[in-house]
Design a protein around this ligand. Structure first.
Ligand code: CA2
Length: 144
């Protein structure tokens, strides 16, 4: 059976392509999600995509991934820098998570340099724009 991957995007990522293209690129979230489904299919993965602006909803989806998904690709948005709840949820489910950021968080403001997600992630990709999601899916296809 094809391995199943949940691609989760956090707060404000529904604004992609509408504002700040110089930082986050010109693709919309719908474009990125469509590409994730196609890129996943090309490497034998079944991909489902969701986005939420609500921390608790992301936590619930991470918890509910047990038994339904084999791995996650997660762009936690600004919750990367604040959320112990998302850190704890990833630890609790024990599924492999690849953290993706469109921008290079280390080349930006100091408050973006720390991520609570990175220590519990299998890997971290940042600064490569929407290609980061494709790279994460390719890595999962090899690892799963
Ligand atoms: O680079 C990334 O992918 C981020 O996760 C994006 C977050 C930011 O808080 C992280 O530090 C890095 C912000 C997403 C906001 O997305 C927008 C898109 C278009 C217009 C405004 C915001």
């Amino acid at each position: 059976m094809a391995k199943r991957v949940l691609v989760l995007n956090g707060p404000n990522l529904n604004m992609l392509g509408i504002r700040e293209p110089q930082t986050y690129g010109s693709q919309t979230l719908a474009d990125i999600e469509k590409a994730c489904i196609a890129d996943g299919k090309a490497v034998g993965l079944t991909v489902e995509c969701r986005q939420s602006n609500i921390e608790g909803e992301l936590v619930t989806w991470i918890q509910q991934a047990i038994g339904k998904f084999d791995a996650l690709v997660l762009n936690p948005g600004a919750y990367s820098h604040t959320s112990i709840a998302i850190h704890d949820a990833i630890r609790a489910v024990g599924l492999p998570v690849i953290e993706v950021h469109l921008s290079n968080i280390h080349a930006r403001e100091a408050f973006r340099h720390h991520s609570y997600v990175s220590p519990v992630a299998l890997g971290v990709i940042c600064g490569l724009g929407a290609s980061g999601y494709k790279l994460a899916l390719h890595a999962l296809a090899e690892k799963l």
